[in-house]
Design a binder for this molecule. Structure first.
Ligand SMILES: Cc1cc2nc3c(=O)[nH]c(=O)nc-3n(C[C@H](O)[C@H](O)[C@H](O)COP(=O)(O)OP(=O)(O)OC[C@H]3O[C@@H](n4cnc5c(N)ncnc54)[C@H](O)[C@@H]3O)c2cc1C
Length: 383
């Protein structure tokens, strides 16, 4: 069985797939997005921090430029998404405060600050009192911190919903179907095989299936993206809108561990997250919920009175170097938009714009060059 052909078949309706679908449809391409459970992946549980400075990591300096560029595009991207749909995405340019719980934690924040400054990033060291001047709900024992005025957040579920509305509004269609495999003829991808056995012919296939991107059959071994699931458990709480418990995102180093508290404008609070190598397991464990709440309360005792609304787990699509795979793969006709690990929301503008541009013009923007899937070829991790 063959179904009506499409220009672009997108596998996966998380933020990566929908962002690409929106931009490609805006450029006049016929786009079909396939997903048996749209929006059920990592995009559903993420916190939504747009935080290239507080999340800068040793050894990942090469992608810092892309992170900063994508964060810089967020205000316009959010405004465009809101204008296209009439829906709010909750982008809040409120900055981030990273704080330390004990003396060792303060030393590790000082190391982070030195690293940030060596890269020319904007972060200011604050004494304990100055931290509490900014965020009066912080525990008096907090040792000190870093104020990062440029790290912001977006509300994740409204963003996903707006992306879907925008993609459909631009003419893309979402089919709630599982892709069994990529269909290859000669040496190029010519479409996808659906769960019911039907073939959907497509000029280009975009693989945006998050942590599941490595498991789509039919892709030759050298073109399979080296993506693995990295589990994250996360909590959602609710408090009064006024007075807000926190005015900005608070990240903490707490007795060597880390926790973050992301306040939405309406009093909701997201507390996360664990980082676990557990395969495709999404069990919520008592230990993780306990540790997240314990560390959040150590920093912000007022969390104790909030309503606990949800505990969930998601799978971040990790890669060998923690950077995404964006651009054409080694199989002609197959394009990757996956492997966003901890930064799928941060990287949404560059992913959607860059892959959308490539699909429409055949030219990959220069800023995506460091993220080419070809960087792993010949390193023994491409299969
Ligand atoms: C706890 C946690 C907190 C996070 N916090 C942040 C944050 O603060 N900031 C940030 O930038 N990022 C954050 N992230 C990372 C971010 O969530 C991910 O990078 C991003 O959501 C990945 O999006 P995606 O579309 O690639 O994958 P997903 O959202 O996982 O979507 C993949 C989709 O593919 C579909 N699919 C799978 N197999 C098939 C198939 N065979 N056929 C069709 N469809 C298929 C699935 O149903 C799913 O809907 C966090 C992640 C976690 C887990």
């Amino acid at each position: 069985v063959r179904t009506h052909p499409t220009d672009v078949a997108v596998i996966g309706a998380g933020v990566a797939g929908l962002g690409v679908a929106w931009r490609a449809a805006q450029r006049g391409l016929a786009v079909t997005v396939l997903d048996p459970a749209p929006g059920s992946g990592a995009s559903h549980v993420a916190a939504g921090m747009i935080a290239p400075v507080t999340e800068v990591a040793y050894g990942e300096e090469a992608v810092l430029g892309v992170h900063l560029a994508s964060a810089g595009r967020w205000p316009r991207f959010a405004a465009e998404l809101e204008e296209a749909t009439g829906m709010s995405v909750g982008y809040r340019a409120h900055g981030t405060l990273a704080v330390a719980f004990d003396a060792d934690d303060l030393r590790s924040l000082a190391d982070l600050h030195a690293f940030q400054r060596s890269l020319g990033l904007d972060a200011e060291a604050l004494a304990s009192r100055e931290c509490r001047d900014l965020e009066p709900a912080l525990a008096p024992g907090v040792r000190g911190g870093l104020h990062v005025p440029g790290d912001h957040q977006v509300d994740t579920r409204p963003t996903w919903a707006a992306l879907l509305a925008a993609a459909e509004g631009a003419g893309a269609s979402l089919r709630p179907e599982r892709v069994e495999g990529v269909v290859v003829e000669g040496d190029r991808a010519v479409g996808v095989r659906l769960g019911d056995g039907a073939l959907l012919p497509a000029t280009t296939v975009v693989l945006a299936a998050g942590s599941w991107s490595g498991g789509i059959i039919g892709v030759p071994p050298e073109a399979v993206p080296p993506v693995r699931p990295v589990k994250g458990q996360i909590l959602r709480l609710r408090g009064p809108e006024r007075p807000a418990l926190l005015g900005r995102t608070v990240r903490g180093v707490v007795a060597g561990g880390s926790v973050y508290l992301v306040p939405r404008a309406d009093g909701r609070l997201v507390v996360g997250a664990t980082v676990e190598e557990q395969g495709f397991d999404t069990t919520v464990t008592a230990e993780a919920v306990y540790e997240l709440l314990r560390d959040a309360l150590r920093l912000v005792p007022g969390v104790a009175t909030l309503e606990l609304v949800e505990a969930s787990a998601g799978l971040r699509p990790g890669t060998p170097d923690n950077a995404p795979l964006l651009g054409p793969s080694l199989l002609d006709g197959l394009v990757l938009a996956t492997g966003h690990y901890r930064h799928g929301f941060l990287l949404l503008p560059v992913t959607a714009d860059g892959i959308g541009e490539y699909l429409a013009s055949g030219v990959l923007p220069d800023d995506l060059a460091p993220l080419s899937p070809h960087r792993f070829v010949g390193h023994g991790v491409g299969a």
